[in-house]
Write a protein that binds this ligand. Structure first.
Ligand code: ADP
Ligand code: 5GP
Length: 225
């Protein structure tokens, strides 16, 4: 009896204008649900208070970052708000090998590169509920000076133009609702035939069993001598 078919995990890309809440959603998915793992990016940005090297980011020098690019260690990378950020390929490979959904919290340039290099990735654009909310969240987070907040908002204006190229749009007004919607997207994606492991084999096996049931049924219904 089959209760579920084994499937390949989904690399999940979350992108959004800065301050929308994609990091919060990414961490909520990883903390609350089994089989989700966060892709720890490499960055040349200095750590913020409270950020932990290896958990939030792998904080590296520009030289080390360049060496990672040249060594083909990154599946994608981009310059964002004046710093370099990139996704180490080993994160994706390790998650794939363990059958886990890897969550990438990256910018829209990175998302476009992932689309080209990993066609099976699911791209979700997290949409801010309003400009005021973005301003409030960015200033309340307190991690950037006001000039940097303005710079990030201007960048966010451009990033919104790319939203149309994503697979899904989820508004992050209420955090619980947004997390539930992203979780539901991954659940639905996991049921696509192309993600099911050896779906052809599963179909062949079931067809063979159906033939067996038909044969047995024929024998059972034959009058006994
Ligand atoms: P991003 O990763 O998109 O830059 P963050 O995840 O850092 O954004 O969120 C920005 C700020 O907004 C954080 O202080 C976070 O706690 C807060 N936040 C995120 N989602 C919500 C929400 N749905 N409602 C209220 N505050 C939120
Ligand atoms: P922050 O400095 O606020 O942590 O991140 C700034 C921006 O860089 C965010 O949009 C974040 O999603 C993006 N970012 C973080 N890691 C990566 C990465 O590995 N690749 C790319 N392309 N962008 C990233």
């Amino acid at each position: 009896m089959i209760t579920g078919l084994p499937h390949r995990p989904c690399p999940l890309v979350l992108a959004a204008p800065s301050g929308t809440g994609k990091t919060t959603i990414a961490h909520a998915l990883v903390d609350r649900f089994d089989h989700f793992v966060f892709s720890v990016s490499a960055t040349t940005r200095p750590a913020r208070t409270g950020e932990v090297d290896g958990r939030d980011y792998e904080f590296v020098s520009r030289e080390r970052f360049r060496a990672m690019i040249e060594g083909d260690e990154l599946v994608e990378w981009a310059e964002v708000h004046g710093n370099l950020y990139g996704t180490p390929a080993r994160n994706l490979e390790a998650a794939q090998a363990r059958g886990e959904h890897v969550v990438l919290d990256i910018d829209v340039q990175g998302a476009q590169q992932i689309r080209r290099r990993i066609p099976e990735a699911v791209l979700v654009f997290i949409f801010p509920p309003s400009a005021e909310t973005l301003w409030t969240r960015l200033t309340a987070r307190g991690t950037e000076e006001l000039d940097e907040v303005r710079r990030r908002l201007r960048a966010g204006r451009h990033e919104l133009e790319e939203a149309i190229h994503f697979d899904y749009i989820v508004v992050n007004e209420d955090l619980e609702r947004a997390v539930a919607r992203v979780r539901a997207i991954v659940e639905a994606e996991s049921h696509r035939p192309r993600r099911i492991l050896d779906f052809g084999g599963q179909v062949r096996r079931l067809r063979g069993e159906i033939d067996g049931v038909i044969r047995t049924g024929d024998n059972d219904s034959r009058p006994s001598e």
